[in-house]
Design a protein around this ligand. Structure first.
Ligand code: PGA
Length: 223
């Protein structure tokens, strides 16, 4: 795999001191060629972005979500203009948002348009081919194939079979030119097998990204 994209989805985890410890530990590592993106909570974007700038670390930042509204009277929402100073990427349509916050494809489409109009690069989570088709306009988006049953926090979760991911990637490449990454129970042991799949150019890592050492092992083995 050439210069893989490896993203750490911290989800709703880490306070400022925990993020600081993570970054201090992680910044001691030799990252090699990978493109590494950290997705912290909104509350940490400013801190993580400053830390990375001050230490000149070759890390990129993304937000885990954005509002479908562009700003105004939407209490609790964070809009794309508010994160643009800190981020290059934004995660859209994660299955946890779909199941816990009833996000539908129309919402995901609007959020994707908002991200693109602000020159943020969306990473859109999909679990089937039809979802990708409905977002076909997003030519510059990265798609993350994440079967919800493979996400480590789901009861009885298990990593997707190599053959399933490979079939999906093959079918995807016939129709789309977008970059495709895989997410779901990725760890330092299974990542080398996933890395061999044609059409998969990186990984979205949840649970195993919370510890800087296990995340680094994944980066090392994703070659
Ligand atoms: P996981 O999460 O690596 O813990 O399965 C992946 C994700 O939810 O993006």
């Amino acid at each position: 795999m050439k210069k893989p994209l490896i993203a750490a989805n911290w989800k709703s985890n880490k306070k400022k001191n925990e993020a600081k410890n993570w970054l201090e530990e992680f910044s001691k590592k030799e990252f090699g060629e990978s493109e590494i993106i950290i997705f912290p909570s909104f509350t940490l974007l400013d801190f993580v972005s400053n830390f990375i700038k001050e230490k000149s670390l070759p890390l990129k930042i993304g937000a885990q979500d954005i509002s479908k509204f562009s700003g105004g009277p939407y209490t609790g929402e964070v809009n794309v203009g508010q994160i643009k100073d800190f981020c290059e990427f934004v995660l859209i349509g994660h299955s946890e948002r779909r199941s816990n916050f009833q996000e539908d494809l129309e919402t995901i489409r609007i959020k994707t348009e908002n991200a693109i109009s602000a020159s943020l690069r969306p990473i859109i989570c999909i679990s089937n081919f039809d979802e990708a088709r409905s977002l076909e306009f997003a030519k510059d988006a990265i798609f993350a194939y994440e079967p919800p049953e493979s996400i480590s926090t789901n009861p009885n979760s298990k990593p997707a079979e190599i053959s399933d991911v490979s079939n999906f990637a093959q079918k995807f490449s016939v129709t789309f030119e977008n970059e495709l990454i895989y997410g779901g129970s990725v760890n330092a042991q299974n990542v080398s097998d996933y890395s061999k799949i044609d059409g998969i150019s990186g990984f979205l890592v949840g649970g195993e990204s919370l510890d800087p050492n296990s995340f680094f092992e994944i980066i090392k083995n994703a070659v």
